[in-house]
Design a protein around this ligand. Structure first.
Ligand SMILES: Nc1nc2c(ncn2[C@@H]2O[C@H](COP(=O)(O)OP(=O)(O)O)[C@@H](O)[C@H]2O)c(=O)[nH]1
Ligand SMILES: [Mg+2]
Length: 232
């Protein structure tokens, strides 16, 4: 089933109906400009919690419920399992990741294995508050050093990957740490993994509140780091 489509965009989504109403038409517009065949997969909670499915139907994009669990990691795995793209792009549903930035990732697709929308290289920026910036910065430095990732923005989920590489991975992380797990495992399989970072401005979410619990987030990052570094 793989490689039937040039590019798949996967949007893990949790109570994002209002944001998707705005993001999906903008995204479709951008994908049409790129001129290749594409698919957009919105991966919702295990069971619908709002009208996200209707928004997807009205915009003619694929709506899927995540399987095997109701965490962010399950949404990512469900997305990868179902995406047919030669290239796979991940982006958030909340407006933090502008669809108009995709062409900047896309232009490096032929020469790199992973292209990262990077907040922490020169020219990049983030709208988050100081405590979040500090925490994210610490996570990124510690992860890149301990896991030898050699890039500045490990944790931003807005990335383009070669689809075949993603489909080969065995991923077990359940939360946002799956974003680091992907990079770490790609690098473990191929130490010469070609990573390109493109400067990116991260915006505050449009509607709704973050559902990320900061304390749990930090704790899970520490455990994940140990698991990835010393696990099999
Ligand atoms: N918190 C959370 N976000 C999820 C989940 N599944 C998908 N997401 C999406 O992941 C993205 C990032 O979550 P968000 O709450 O915005 O975290 P933040 O960007 O760190 O504030 C959003 O597009 C969410 O809709 C989930 O199970 N929990
Ligand atoms: Mg967000």
């Amino acid at each position: 089933m793989s490689n039937h489509i040039k590019v798949a965009v996967i949007i893990p989504s949790y109570l994002e109906e209002e944001n998707l109403r705005i993001i999906i038409p903008r995204l479709k517009n951008e994908m049409q400009k790129l001129g290749n065949d594409y698919e957009i997969l919105v991966i919702d909670a295990m069971h619908a919690m709002d009208y996200t499915e209707d928004v997807c139907k009205n915009n003619n994009v694929t709506y899927l419920n995540r399987t095997n669990g109701n965490n962010y990691g399950d949404a990512v795995r469900t997305g990868i399992m179902n995406a047919r793209g030669k290239y796979i792009i991940f982006m958030d549903a909340d407006g933090s990741h502008s669809p108009e930035f995709i062409n900047k990732l896309y232009q490096y697709k032929d020469d790199y294995d992973v292209v990262i929308a990077s907040r922490y290289i020169e020219g990049g920026a983030t709208d988050n508050n100081r405590i979040l910036i500090l925490m994210s910065w610490v996570v990124n430095i510690v992860y890149s050093i301990v896991l030898n990732l050699r890039c500045k923005d490990v944790s931003n989920s807005f990335k383009l990957y070669r689809g075949d590489l993603l489909r080969n991975l065995n991923l077990y992380c359940n939360n946002f740490d799956i974003v680091e797990e992907i990079l770490f495992k790609l690098k473990k399989i191929n130490n010469n993994l070609k990573i390109k970072e493109v400067p990116f401005s991260f915006k505050k979410r449009m509607f709704g509140e973050t559902k990320r619990n900061l304390f749990l987030f930090m704790v899970s990052y520490i455990f994940t780091l140990i698991k990835l570094r010393f696990g099999k």
